[in-house]
Design a protein around this ligand. Structure first.
Ligand SMILES: [Zn+2]
Length: 189
């Protein structure tokens, strides 16, 4: 069966997602979970890039999205990222979704959904919370299988190595996100 033709928007979103995937692929070099993000300006220029650097920087807030937003704001000389699109390989967490709202980013393109911690519709929906003053358009599942595969392969490799020192018995940090290429139930409703 022939696949339906991809729209121009889809082709463009996939091109951007490849850049985010390149960022993600570089994260394991520092022992970091492979998540990557880019911020693209209204004319399609890449304004900021980021990858998860939580281990590299020993910083709980060094998530790909936050780093990409910061770089884009520096590039523009403005905290407001009007007209920009944030592209990220995994559904943003609550902190990153909050930062996206604060930066007034109008659109997010994401790869895999994170059923365990996602705040773009899976666990919470910070990006489309009607009580907040800014709503974000969300396009999900762009190269979702590839984005999820990168994460699952990373954690499969980790499970074969000894447990990180300092990880407690109830510590969930060695577990992969429950990623899924499909949107959470009720998304788009
Ligand atoms: Zn995050």
């Amino acid at each position: 069966m022939a696949l339906p033709p991809r729209t121009r928007d889809q082709v463009r979103a996939e091109r951007w997602m490849r850049l985010a995937l390149d960022e993600a692929a570089a994260a394991p070099a520092t022992g970091d979970v492979p998540i990557g993000a880019v911020v693209v300006g209204p004319d399609g220029t890449v304004l900021g890039r980021g990858r998860n650097r939580r281990e590299a920087d020993a910083d709980p807030t060094a998530h790909a999205e936050v780093l990409a937003l910061r770089e884009a704001a520096r590039t523009l000389g403005s905290w407001r990222l009007d007209g920009c699109t944030l592209v990220v390989t995994l559904e943003p967490c609550a902190m990153c979704a909050g930062a996206i709202v604060l930066a007034r980013v109008p659109r997010v393109v994401l790869g895999a959904w994170d059923e365990k911690a996602g705040a773009a519709g899976s666990v919470l929906d910070v990006l489309r919370e009607r009580r907040l003053n800014h709503w974000v358009e969300v396009t999900g599942g762009i190269l979702g299988e590839e984005c999820a595969r990168l994460l699952l392969d990373f954690f499969a490799g980790h499970r074969r190595s000894p447990r990180a020192p300092g990880a407690g018995p109830g510590d969930d940090d060695g577990a992969p996100p429950r990623c899924s290429p499909g949107p959470p139930p009720g998304f788009g409703a």
